[in-house]
Write a protein that binds this ligand. Structure first.
Ligand code: GAP
Length: 446
């Protein structure tokens, strides 16, 4: 029986390290606060989360295209976008311990009394711009540039290029995945909030007046997407931004929140950015960024509806959501990551029952047959039950065991991660069978 008790962050961090999902950055030097490296399984998981999103947001739409803009951009971009003037958090310091806090993360009482969570006096609140600055060229007097704090601006400044080269008609979207950097005052909760992270962003350009309709459309699309990849619906909710929470560019915004082990937190933002960005870039660049509607014979600046999710934050969400412990027999408990098969770093474990009598060679041969279609992992070490458990713990949805009968009749055991059921399948039918299982996959108990 599956255990529904929430997983702790300690459990997730320890599993992630032990099984090669996420390591502390530069660990042999003692690590760097808030920086993390994605290991063999973590980089595969992150790639898969990204690919799934990319397919959903570009390939499954005939009016959304991709872009890969550079991280360093002309510094005027960030003046036009409002980030130079507005992209700051208010910071305070505990005057005794020097611990720093975001003003908006303190309780009302703490703000009123000007005391830290430890009860100590706080410093004067001061605004702190989150953008990382650097300089182009060999000396620090070179041109000041910023590491982009969001990928979105790369899309806005390429709006005209994309319209001219793709001949897209409004409404249409441009999607991008990439690194973003923010000098966060407080980084915590593992990979949830870091200074270097990745975003999955899509900007949808619409006719003014149709923005609210498309805003509602994308809200529904995005929540449906999480359902399609097996995320527990009871751990997802919408949260509207109140007027004092709206970003400087937004007319309306909803967060999709996920219930992490440390509480409900933002996973993705859906924003109605109006024509704020394109009008500011028109003004600052002096270029006419209006769209020509050839049918209506009119020019206008489109409104933008944005869907903006964190990729690295999504990886944490997927890990927390997949984690399960299940009592299997006589008090024995197995750990299982119930990843959607499209997200699992390994799709298929292949094992010989024993190494001898030609079974290892046969298992290798079968693995080679399946490699073109799936990410496979060969393992011949230890008892078969332990090998299954090792794959359960990293979320491998299918395992194939090659035994003595396989030599005689070509059949193998196909074992399912979630139900632990086992069926006999002929090796020639394995690939098709797994494909059908992935297509029909529904998460158990959700
Ligand atoms: N372009 C809009 C934008 O950047 P945002 O709400 O500031 O909006 C979007 O960020 C998403 O990026 C968030 O929902 C979150 O998933 C992710 N994100 C933001 N800051 C992050 C950080 N410091 N670490 C990890 N992910 C972050």
């Amino acid at each position: 029986m599956s255990m529904s008790k929430p997983v702790s962050m300690e459990t997730i961090v320890s599993l992630a390290k032990r099984r090669g999902f996420v390591f502390p950055s530069s660990e042999i030097y003692g690590g760097l606060a808030s920086a993390w490296d994605y290991g063999p399984l973590g980089s595969e998981l992150k790639n898969r989360v990204q690919r799934k999103w990319w397919r959903e947001m570009t390939q499954l739409h005939d009016n959304i295209v991709g872009l890969d803009a550079s991280i360093l951009m002309h510094p005027r971009v960030w003046e036009a976008s409002g980030h130079v003037d507005n992209f700051s958090d208010v910071m305070v310091e505990d005057t005794i311990t020097n611990e720093r806090f975001r003003w908006d993360h303190l309780t009302e009482v703490q703000r009123e009394n000007r005391t830290s969570p430890a009860g100590n006096p706080l410093s004067e609140p001061r605004a702190f711009n989150l953008m990382f600055e650097t300089h182009l060229g060999p000396t620090s007097s070179g041109q000041k540039v910023y590491l982009r704090p969001e990928t979105a601006q790369g899309i806005y400044v390429n709006f005209k290029n994309v319209v001219q080269t793709s001949r897209l008609k409004i409404p249409f979207g441009i999607a991008q995945v990439g690194k973003a950097f923010r000098n966060e005052i407080v980084t915590k909760n593992f990979i949830f909030r870091t200074c270097e992270f990745e975003q999955l962003e899509m900007q949808y350009f619409v006719k003014p007046g149709e923005d609210e309709k498309w805003f509602d459309y994308w809200k529904e699309q995005r929540i449906r997407y999480y359902d399609s990849v097996g995320i527990r619906p009871d751990r997802l909710r919408f949260k509207p931004h109140g007027p004092d929470e709206l970003a400087h560019y937004a007319k309306a915004a909803f967060d999709i929140e996920y219930e992490f082990p440390f509480g409900w937190q933002e996973l993705e933002g859906i924003h109605n950015r109006t024509d704020y960005d394109l009008s500011r870039h028109s003004e600052f660049s002096g270029k006419d960024l209006r769209y020509l509607d050839e049918e209506q014979k009119e020019r206008y600046l489109p409104y933008i509806v944005e869907t903006s999710a964190g990729l690295t934050r999504s990886v944490l969400m997927v890990l927390c959501d997949a984690y399960d412990e299940e009592e299997v027999a006589d008090g024995d408990v197995r750990t299982v990551l119930r990843f959607h098969p499209d997200l699992a770093p390994i799709t298929l474990g292949v094992f010989p029952l024993v190494k001898k009598d030609g079974l290892a060679e046969l298992a290798r041969e079968i693995e080679a047959e399946l490699r073109d279609d799936y990410t496979t992992f060969y393992d011949q070490g230890g008892a078969i039950g332990r090998r299954y458990r090792r794959q359960d713990e990293v979320g491998t949805p299918f395992c194939v065991t090659v035994d003595y009968d396989s030599k005689d009749d070509g059949t193998v055991t196909l074992r399912f991660r979630d139900s632990m059921e086992q069926v006999r399948v002929h090796r020639s039918e394995l690939s098709e069978r797994i494909r059908a299982e992935i297509k029909a996959y529904r998460r158990v108990g959700v």
